[in-house]
Structures are given as C-alpha cells and as structure tokens.
Design a protein around this ligand. Structure first.
Ligand code: DX5
Ligand code: ZN
Length: 240
C-alpha cells in the first residue's frame, strides 16, 4: 500500500475517533451540587468539560422533594453559554412551560404521564423556540411514547425512579434505550436519547453502547475529587 493510501486511512481513523468522541454529551445534574454555591457549580461544569447543564425541577407532588424553580434557572442562565437541559418532575407541567423557556431552558423535558395532551405540550414547547423532551419512568414501556416520537427532540430514559440523586442504575431500563435507538434509526427520527440516574464511568459505558447519546450525571460528577477526570474517563472508555 502506498504512503498516500496509508495516510488517508490514518486520517479516516482519526476522523472516526473524533466522531465517537463528539457523539456522547455529558450533562452534569445540579441536583447534586452545593446549592449555596450554584453559580460556581455551573462554572465548574463548564471548566470540567460538561456539554450541557441538567436542571432537575421537583415540585414535592409528582416526586417527594422540592428542588428549585424558574428564578434560579434565569439567574444561572447569565453565567454560561452551555445548553440548559431542564427536567420537569412536576404535575401540570404545561402550566410552567412558558416561564421555564423564558428563564432560559434550551431543552424542556416533561413526564407524559402527568399530562392529558402530551402532543399539545410538545408543540407548546417547540412553538416557544425550545426543544421538547419526554421522559420515560422505569415502569413505563418504550411503546408508550410511540406516537410522540416524531414530535420530540429528546427522550430522557430514567434509569432510576425520579426524585433523588445517588441511586443505583436499574440495568433493565437500558433495553428501552436499545428500542429507542432502533426506532430512531429505522424511522430516521431526530430525537436524542438521554439516560438519567445512577450514571458513572462504568454504567455510562453500558448506556452508551445501548444507544444513549446524552449522559446525565449528578453524584458521580459532583462527589468526585476530580470531576473533569470523571468526564474524560467516560469519553475515553467509550472510544475503546
Ligand atoms: C433524579 C434526577 C437526576 C439526578 C441524577 O430524579 O432526574 O437528574 O440528578 O442523579 P444521579 O446521577 O446521582 O443518579
Ligand atoms: Zn434529571
């Protein structure tokens, strides 16, 4: 083989590695951050190589805890250009769509079990200029979303029951990631597949090989002595 051909092959290999490296997005979740230092925590996400900021909004009804609301999202919005991935774990999410988009949500994800007209809510989010996400509980089958998939930009597969950080991933949920990845490929849909709950350098690799494109990570990022290394080790492991 000529040197030219070998070099071309090498370049193609480098290109493939870059594509793989770029294909997984890491979204640290502020739920595990120190709430008394939220601004610094957002800057830490950015300096450690996080791709998105995941913001968990909890109302104390749909899930047991109350976290934070629009004001915090709006104030943090001024600190970083990173996309804000807002995960609504609330009843009646349609009542909050406009205010969270105005506060700075780029992606706004809701749980379709909580609304009467899920398609209307996805349209409401998109009409305001944000990307619409829907979330799947561990007990909800993938086909529950079947009719919504053409209309969403993100499917957030919960790999724990929502409500708390620091839980263990439920590995059976990854089967839904596989199904969603197959459907996406087959129908050429545009949604990204995210996983949320119990993600760390080991579980994330399984999730990505099942087809996850966005990894939400709370405890493993914020409780690490070296969060940048945590992100790098996930990206590194995925390349191998
Ligand atoms: C759980 C939230 C998650 C949470 C993940 O209900 O939706 O985003 O922050 O935290 P870890 O990564 O600790 O499981
Ligand atoms: Zn979340």
């Amino acid at each position: 083989m000529s040197h030219g051909k070998e070099f071309e092959k090498f370049l193609f290999f480098v290109y493939l590695l870059c594509m793989m490296r770029n294909s997984v997005l890491i979204a640290p979740s502020l739920l595990s951050a120190d709430f008394s230092r939220m601004g610094e925590e957002v800057r830490r996400i950015q300096s450690c190589g996080g791709d998105w900021v995941h913001l968990d909004v909890m109302d104390g009804q749909y899930v047991p805890s109350i976290s934070f609301g629009q004001k915090l999202v709006a104030d943090l919005r001024k600190l970083t250009p990173l996309p804000f991935d807002v995960h609504l774990m609330t009843n009646n999410p349609e009542a909050h769509v406009r205010s969270f988009v105005e506060a700075g949500a780029d992606y706004l994800t809701f749980h379709p079990e909580t609304v009467r007209h899920a398609h209307r809510v996805t349209e409401q989010i998109r009409s305001l200029g944000a990307k619409a996400g829907v979330s799947l509980l561990p007990a909800t089958p993938a086909f529950f979303l079947q009719e919504l998939l053409p209309f969403v930009d993100l499917v957030l597969v919960m790999t724990v029951n929502p409500g708390f950080g620091g839980q263990k991933m439920i590995p059976q949920c990854l089967e839904k990631v596989r199904i969603l990845a197959d459907v996406k490929k087959e129908k050429n849909f545009g949604y990204r597949i995210a996983v949320d709950g119990g993600m760390n350098r080991f579980t994330a690799v399984d999730a990505v090989s099942a087809g996850a494109e966005v990894v939400v990570m709370g405890t493993a990022f914020f409780e690490s002595a070296d969060p940048a290394a945590e992100i790098d080790s996930i990206r590194g492991a995925i390349i191998v």
